[in-house]
Design a protein around this ligand. Sequence first.
Ligand SMILES: Nc1nc2c(c(=O)[nH]1)N[C@H]1C(S)=C(S)[C@@H](COP(=O)(O)OP(=O)(O)OC[C@H]3O[C@@H](n4cnc5c(N)ncnc54)[C@H](O)[C@@H]3O)O[C@H]1N2
Ligand code: MOO
Ligand SMILES: [Mg+2]
Length: 422
Amino acid sequence: MLLERRKPIPIGEAVKRIMENPLQGVTEYVSINESYGRYLSEDLIATSDVPHFNRAPYDGFAVKSSDTSDASPTNPVEFEVIDHIGAGMVSAKVVGHKQAVRIMTGAMMPVGTDAVVMFEVAKDYEKNGLPYMSIKRSFKKGDNVSFIGEDAKEGQILVKKGSLINPGIQAMLATFGYQHVPVAKRPRVGLFATGTELLEVKEELVPGKIRNSNSLMIAAQIERAGGIVHYFGKLADEFDPCYEAVKNALNEVDLLITTGGVSVGDFDYLPAIYEKLGAEVLFNKVSMRPGSVTTVAQYNEKILFGLSGNPSACYVGFELFARPIIRRQLFSKKPHLRKEKAQLVVDFPKANPFTRFVRSETFIADGRLKVTPSGLDKSNIIMSLAGANSLMILPGGTRGFTAGCEVEVLLLEDQVGCEWPW
Ligand SMILES: Nc1nc2c(c(=O)[nH]1)N[C@H]1C(S)=C(S)[C@@H](COP(=O)(O)OP(=O)(O)OC[C@H]3O[C@@H](n4cnc5c(N)ncnc54)[C@H](O)[C@@H]3O)O[C@H]1N2
Ligand code: MOO
Ligand SMILES: [Mg+2]
């Protein structure tokens, strides 16, 4: 039997082919109570000035500053206190010469006042049963006043679409009255694990079989990327049931991920399934390690990601190829993993002709970014994934890398992203 020869393409070219797919984000409205952790599908615009009235930032007395100009330690100036208001109350009085209003933080400045005297610098007392206060220093117009629009001006674009809604954005949305928030509809990502060797998590180990760990791993990666997981279950390595399952699943999702069965083995059926479906294979070999066998196909604008069964290869394949298209559907302008430079802290002697993505721990020490592999660098390894917050990019070549050299890293937990990393 003649083995099909696969032609590896560069990683940048592979990503480009996927990103040519027209899939775009769709807006849905959710209650503000459910918007935390979602992605804005429109720019967040200030619907009013904040604050929308001049207000006191301290507890004290609202005065007209010109009445205070003669006040000094030797010449206290006295004010009649004509009203008393807390936040949420509006004084009906017009404040006249040498008059003041007792005012609490957050209350609207009464008509005729333009400065606030904090309690700490005033002396208050009663005369003939009426409240008075005196001060021994002068105040300028605007002293201790929180002005209209000092926080935001009506019409300002405050947060760009595609941003992850964090607690601060939640506060803004509430401030501007967004009871219903336009967010990106989460893409539904279908997922199958293939492999006759796969056991359920609850099953006991038996010779030749292993527990299906990729499903749980990718499900978490889909969620981290911002998608919704639609897990269709695991499939044995048998052509007909796999073909039917994949075909039917495509009616329910736009993105379909499979793990395993994508290489050249006798029971690796994904290539034949794509062929029978009539799907257009975008690539079936990438010059990268791990994940060189990653195969991506397109069928009716739906994308089929044939990720490797080897856990580390599967993990890397997801982050490089599936994450960006999910993020684009979340309106991100920077859908790829953020790339930074870091200093390698250990030797990495193993040379490889393909670009390597080494599961790594990137950390800050002595004020700079440093990186070290988080475990064994083989594509069948699971344990190196736990400590990986980044993928170190080691370009292909004939030499290894030494401690102290500068390398590029892709940050897995970052929310900022990158426009185009290669
Ligand atoms: N003659 C060749 N053999 C292989 C090549 C090659 O080019 N020529 N490529 C190797 C590379 S590179 C990789 S990576 C693997 C890819 O294999 P498949 O994607 O076809 O995946 P499987 O054969 O189904 O499984 C591979 C490996 O992963 C384990 N696995 C599968 N699914 C899971 C899961 N859900 N959870 C945990 N582990 C899983 C499986 O038991 C196998 O050990 O092919 C090489 N071979
Ligand atoms: O390239 Mo295989 O995909 O991990 O080693
Ligand atoms: Mg295989």
